[in-house]
Design a protein around this ligand. Structure first.
Ligand code: MN
Ligand code: MN
Length: 473
């Protein structure tokens, strides 16, 4: 039961492939720091690979057949892609699933205010964050503002080298004696996560009638100055924040980490590392017996809720539409297709951290460099909230991986009773299909900068490919 270090198993050719994949992955991360940006990147990529929008196929009354590739996007935040296999859909699909939302700070609906010379945007954090990690570092603003007339303005500030960045202040150490006595959960409170976006008053010309011609300050001059810039740059008003989705994320690109460049340090690797590898595996797999499917969804970090989360009927509806275009539709056939499917529900796993060893049980922890991770179950307090994969299914996958020489490890999120977490696995399992959690080990998960090992990313890509090609339980 000893774990192999995956790096030791590669030949020159594989190492080259690994580096190429890592580079592509880092670009994927840089281009997609929000769900919407990820969807844009993914749609651009898959359309070049011959994928056609499902709605377009429906509108044209197209009949679909084996080898055809289609995709359905929901509200610009979730996507389901299909590559039709040679077997009938009712026999089930091989599904890869991951999420493309990541923890961050969302701008509130009435966010802009001024206090003592600073203009602020008030935020509400999204997902599980250690709030103290989000102060005193450069932050970028990504998202959309949708105006009353329906026009969408895209915002992306803080990534280009000459862009300004934003930040949340922290109290200077010299005055922090009392603050440092507080529990870490209270050191920085949620309501204190207000983004500084300006510090210069707008000067306007005094009324000509008063004759002086000298400049005076506008009312709330710093806030007004910021609003003026927003008006000039994006043609938006303060009221337009009401219908905006703006996400505050760490500014900057994904970086290689370590003298040996073995790791990647970047924002949003939970769960874009699994989204990217799933997408790549899907694109690089040509023909399969069973239909291949890849679902990349929103809202996992807050419980898979809403129209774009995994609990939405969006996915099931797209399967029904697809089967209809294949001439295989009936309500019973849709149910059979889903029940007969196999899924790798992919999400990051907690990498064993030697600095915090007491929170892990080492022989059942995911080691960075140890290969693709399987979590037979997740959950907390006695597996509560988990999808516990069937032993027969785990055996089937072990068989495929042994045959293809994929290095994998099994893990739990941490020591029993130390904590826990959930994924989208249990939602798909409701159809009666075989689902297991799998993915990549991450260090400092949910922090502004998360770390992964390049070998794990490459091995996970290989593992997903082996799965879509071979699973058929
Ligand atoms: Mn996740
Ligand atoms: Mn997460």
């Amino acid at each position: 039961m000893e774990k192999k270090n995956t790096w030791e198993t590669y030949d020159e050719k594989q190492l080259k492939e690994l580096e190429k994949l890592s580079k592509e992955y880092m670009e994927f991360l840089d281009n997609g720091k929000t769900e919407r940006e990820c969807i844009d990147t993914i749609v651009n990529t898959i359309e070049k690979a011959g994928y056609v929008e499902l709605n377009k196929a429906i509108a044209e009354g197209k009949k679909l057949k084996k080898g055809d590739k289609v995709y359905a996007v929901w509200m610009n935040k979730s996507i389901a892609m299909y590559q039709i296999g040679s077997k009938k859909m009712v026999e089930g699909m091989n599904i890869l699933g991951a999420h493309i939302d990541s923890p961050r700070l969302d701008v509130k609906q009435n966010p802009l205010y001024e206090d003592t010379g600073f203009a602020y945007l008030d935020t509400h954090y999204y997902g599980g964050v250690k709030k103290y990690q989000w102060v005193a570092l450069p932050l970028a603003l990504h998202g959309v503002v949708v105006k009353k007339d329906g026009t969408t303005v895209e915002i992306n500030v803080g990534e280009a080298e000459d862009d300004p960045v934003f930040f949340i202040s922290d109290l200077l150490i010299h005055l922090s004696a009392e603050q440092l006595e507080k529990k870490a959960a209270k050191v920085i409170e949620g309501e204190a996560l207000d983004l500084i976006v300006g510090n210069k008053p707008l000067l306007i010309k005094a009324d000509e009638a008063e004759g002086e011609g000298k400049k005076e300050k506008a009312k709330e001059a710093v806030k007004t100055g910021v609003l003026n810039i927003l008006k000039e740059t994006y043609d938006i008003e303060e009221e337009d924040f009401l219908s905006a989705e703006l996400e505050v994320v760490p500014a900057g690109k994904a970086r290689e980490a370590g003298f040996d460049r073995s790791m990647i340090l970047a924002y949003g690797q939970d769960d874009r590392v699994c989204a990217f590898t799933s997408l790549k595996a899907m694109l690089d797999t040509k023909k399969t017996d069973r239909t291949m499917c890849c679902i990349l969804v929103d809202k996992e970090e807050i419980g898979s809720v809403g129209a774009t989360g995994m609990q939405s009927k969006f996915f099931e509806n797209s399967v029904a539409e697809l089967m209809n275009l294949m001439g295989e539709y009936s309500e019973l056939n849709v149910r059979r297709c889903l029940a007969n499917s196999c899924m790798l529900s992919s999400d990051v796993s907690a990498g064993f951290d030697p600095s915090y060893a007491s929170c892990f049980e080492k022989k059942n922890a995911a080691i960075l460099g140890g290969g693709m991770v399987f979590n037979k179950f997740t959950g907390a307090r006695g597996k509560s909230g988990s999808n516990d994969a069937n032993a027969e299914y785990m055996a089937h996958i072990r068989g495929i991986f042994a045959e293809k020489g994929i290095n994998f490890q099994t893990a739990e999120l941490g020591k029993v009773d130390v904590g826990g977490g959930g994924t989208i696995a249990y939602i798909l399992a409701l159809y009666g299909m075989n689902v297991i959690d799998s993915g990549v080990a991450v260090l400092n998960m949910h922090a502004p900068w998360e770390a992964t090992n390049k070998a794990d990313i490459y091995e996970t890509y290989r593992g997903y490919k082996a799965f879509v090609e071979g699973a058929s339980l």
